[in-house]
Design a protein around this ligand. Structure first.
Ligand code: AMP
Length: 578
């Protein structure tokens, strides 16, 4: 595929707004690609360079791209920055600069999508002193061969701001149209008409393999029996099952049925444990490999798990090494990020896994096995050793009072609340299907993504001091409020303005005066008093007295609170007030 055809496709996608039109445009293109492009296009459409399960970064900052543009088109960085601020789109700026330099690219060979991707996918391997220069040379090489729209989309791709709104959902549907429901072209309709069970099956493939390139190829060659090729792989993280929220213990029974399994809801971080013989790998819910962070836990996982090959779902919780009492997530959050002195830190802030589910046992996938049976298999396969490796505290009951007491006990012991699980529930990766629900006393904390912000005044003028936060609605994010409180000035007190600003700076995609727009990436937990209807934000809602509680760097942007959930909470709070 020529890079020009990719740029044309992105341009067309941007000019249509209906999901159906976007899906058709993409499906049409997939039909005529060779295998290598079938693997690359799913990534290129989403602005990714690697399949989801690979958490590598090409390490290209907007600053580097600015420099490349400046060198290619003989224009100063200051001038380009100024134009960027005016136009709000670095892609457009580069495109207009390139038009003035027409003659240089006239005779060069056309860029292909493959060569751009093959080169960029190697960027993580470029390390050492000269790495930035090497990357710069490659980018300049591409820019000087790119023309018109190619420049715009190359730059956008490089700074991670594609703006075409292609998420996993549209990609999934276009692959289905292209490879499975081939006769769709002849239909005179404005709807996709993809059977629900088919789109669920393909979605499951995404949630298990987390590799859109591999899935595209499987669908191309095995449209009829693709499911046979979707297998859980050891050491390949899957998306974990998510929990719905209910307002109290009573409601949990009506959602998950009676009797139900209640478990303590621990305040730690979710870890999927993959073990094959003596080799162990640990992954977060964002699919990142965090094995290196837990040298203290690995020996017990090796020693106390009976099965040879197993995938488990767990919450890692911190505890005080003296009193053995559970510590809140905030205290141990450094355990996930620390790059040095990991062993020392693990002595100061030990963690232990509270294992609560089993996904694979030897060669048997347990996704369709009922929870009751899975819990039994879990108990058979893990040898509990106090404070080293434990199972979640669980209570099987159909009695409301008993469940309520268990809930109070969990809270007294410093946990977040309870989980209630449906005994017949299957394990649905990546879904909030209601086979497990969470009950927490504070109903009103939301996981929101930061979409922008504003620099402060006076002594805060170097920091972003208020943040525009948003919720997810399908593939896009809608704003729901502005939050400035909750952050601290000093690091000892918690998350600071400075820390959050530094995290956001590389993500800035637009800057006007004091206001910035950032690429959605950072998730924060926000507490608030109430949700109100509002015209001021694109979600149609606003938050009363919002404050940032903590960074949720364990959550990806796919896991933020959705507009649907906001609507549910809005209704719940109305009941509460009535
Ligand atoms: P939330 O993060 O508020 O969406 O709540 C769901 C999270 O609770 C899960 O993703 C787990 O990380 C965590 N959790 C704590 N204890 C349990 C448990 N016993 N079973 C399932 N999830 C748990």
């Amino acid at each position: 595929m020529l890079f020009k055809d990719y740029a044309d496709l992105m341009f067309k996608l941007e000019s249509v707004s209906k999901r159906y039109d976007k899906t058709k445009l993409i499906a049409e293109v997939f039909k005529n690609l060779d295998d290598e492009d079938v693997k690359i296009l799913p990534l290129a459409l989403q602005g990714n360079f690697f399949p989801r399960y690979i958490t590598l970064d090409i390490g290209v900052s907007s600053k580097l791209v600015l420099k490349a543009i400046s060198k290619t088109y003989n224009s100063s960085v200051e001038k380009i920055e100024k134009l960027w601020k005016e136009k709000g789109d670095l892609g457009l700026v580069a495109q207009s600069l390139s038009k003035k330099e027409k003659q240089m690219s006239l005779f060069s060979k056309s860029l292909t999508l493959k060569e751009v991707f093959n080169a960029l996918q190697k960027f993580p391997e470029i390390t050492g002193e000269k790495s930035v220069d090497k990357k710069l040379t490659i980018i300049i090489g591409f820019l000087s061969r790119a023309k018109d729209l190619e420049v715009k989309y190359l730059v956008r791709l490089l700074i991670g701001d594609l703006r075409a709104g292609i998420g996993e959902g549209i990609l999934r549907d276009s692959l289905i149209l292209s490879f499975i429901i081939k006769e769709w072209e002849h239909r005179e309709t404005d709807e996709l008409l993809i059977p629900k069970d088919l789109s669920e099956k393909v979605q499951l493939a995404f949630d298990i393999l987390n590799d859109e390139s591999e899935i595209a190829l499987i669908l191309k060659y095995h449209p009829e029996d693709f499911e046979k090729f979707i297998k859980i792989k050891i050491f390949r993280p899957i998306k974990l099952m998510l929990a719905q929220r209910v307002k109290n213990v009573q409601e949990s029974f009506s959602t998950v049925g009676k009797p139900a399994m209640f478990e303590y809801k621990y305040d730690g971080f979710r870890v999927q444990i993959h073990k094959n013989n003596d080799e162990i790998k640990l992954f977060t819910r964002k699919l990142e490999d965090v094995t290196k962070q837990f040298p203290d836990v690995l020996p017990y996982l090796k020693k106390n798990i009976k099965a040879k090959k197993i995938i488990l779902d767990s919450e890692f919780i911190g505890y005080d090494p003296e009193t053995k009492k559970a510590l809140p997530f905030q205290k141990i959050s450094q355990r996930i990020k620390r790059k040095y002195d990991i062993i020392k830190l693990s002595e100061l802030l030990p963690v232990k896994p509270k294992i609560f589910d089993i996904i694979l046992l030897e060669d048997k996938e347990l996704l369709n096995t009922h929870f009751k049976e899975r819990r039994k298999l879990l108990e058979e396969n893990v040898i509990v050793e106090e404070n080293k490796i434990e199972l979640s505290n669980a209570l099987l009951t159909d009695n409301l009072e008993e469940a309520q007491q268990f809930y109070n006990k969990s809270l007294e012991e410093g946990n977040e609340g309870l989980m209630a699980k449906n005994l017949e529930g299957i394990y649905k990766p990546g879904s909030r299907v209601g086979y497990m629900v969470k009950i927490k006393p504070i109903l009103d904390t939301l996981d929101l993504v930061i979409l922008g912000g504003e620099y402060g005044e006076g002594k805060r003028s170097n920091w972003i001091s208020s943040f525009i936060v948003g919720v997810r609605s399908g593939d896009e994010f809608l704003t729901i409020g502005k939050v400035g409180s909750g952050l601290k000035e000093k690091e000892e007190e918690g998350l600071t303005f400075k820390q959050l600003t530094e995290m956001l700076k590389p993500l800035i995609i637009e800057e006007k005066g004091k206001e910035v727009k950032v690429k959605p990436k950072i998730v924060v937990e926000v507490a608030m008093e109430e949700i109100q209807k509002s015209e001021s934000y694109s979600s149609g809602f606003a938050l009363r007295f919002p404050r940032i509680i903590k960074l949720r760097d364990d959550k990806s942007i796919d896991e933020t609170t959705t507009l649907e959930e906001i609507k549910t909470i809005y209704k719940l709070q109305r009941h509460r007030n009535e």
